[in-house]
Design a protein around this ligand. Structure first.
Ligand code: HEM
Ligand code: HEM
Length: 156
């Protein structure tokens, strides 16, 4: 989970990277296949579309588990550390990550259970944009840690 110093356990960090990469790659590949040579291009659905979504759905369940672990341990620990002045900037990017995760789960649920045909494409694009944004903000969230640390080391 989260160590005494607030760092995420290595398994959790690696799992966020691995599961995030599968979600991103299967999501982007689905967009390319669907709009390039499948149902979105006015043709019959390409067989790869269904397989990409099966894999995407599997990773999505793993992501829900990870988000639960992060909500229970990393977020409260991170909130405490940022109150004490450590890792400046982490709280803002962390909050953006939580918001984007909520949007992804909500739009993912709607895509699966509740997406009338006329709004489905727009919902899919919003969902994918939130996913790409989340990957970018995660990079920033991590990077800030290094920048904050470096500053702390220079001015202890
Ligand atoms: C309000 C919400 C959040 C706060 C206050 C917060 C705070 C922090 C802090 C202080 C760190 C630096 C300490 C460390 O390395 O563990 C950190 C790192 C990190 N956080 Fe967050 N975080 C939040 C939300 C999230 C969310 C939602 C995710 C993932 C979806 C996330 C993923 C990470 C990752 C991957 C690292 C880097 C760990 C490493 O490379 O060692 N955080 N966060
Ligand atoms: C917490 C993370 C995520 C969850 C829980 C999630 C969940 C889902 C679910 C449940 C579906 C519907 C599957 C189906 O209809 O068979 C879906 C579709 C999709 N997801 Fe995600 N997803 C996540 C992250 C991402 C990311 C990072 C991307 C990045 C590109 C992405 C792109 C897509 C696309 C393009 C679709 C198809 C949209 C459509 O049918 O129009 N998702 N996702």
């Amino acid at each position: 989970m989260t160590g005494a110093n607030g760092r995420q356990a290595r398994w959790q960090r690696n799992a966020v990277d691995g599961v995030g990469a599968v979600l991103l790659l299967t999501g982007l590949a689905w967009l390319a296949v669907h709009y390039g040579m499948g149902a979105g291009a006015g043709q019959l659905p390409h067989p790869a579309e269904a397989w990409l979504m099966r894999l995407h759905g599997l990773a999505a369940f793993a992501a829900l588990f990870l988000l639960g672990a992060i909500a229970a341990a990393h977020v409260p620990a991170g909130w405490r550390i940022t109150s004490e002045g450590g890792w400046p900037g982490q709280r803002g990017t962390g909050l953006v990550l939580c918001t984007l995760a909520g949007l992804l789960v909500l739009t993912g649920y709607m895509l699966y259970y509740f997406a009338p045909e006329p709004v489905r494409p727009a919902l899919g694009w919003i969902h994918a944009a939130a996913g790409v944004a989340m990957a970018a903000v995660l990079g920033l969230h991590r990077h800030r840690r290094c920048a904050g640390r470096a500053r702390q080391l220079r001015n202890p």
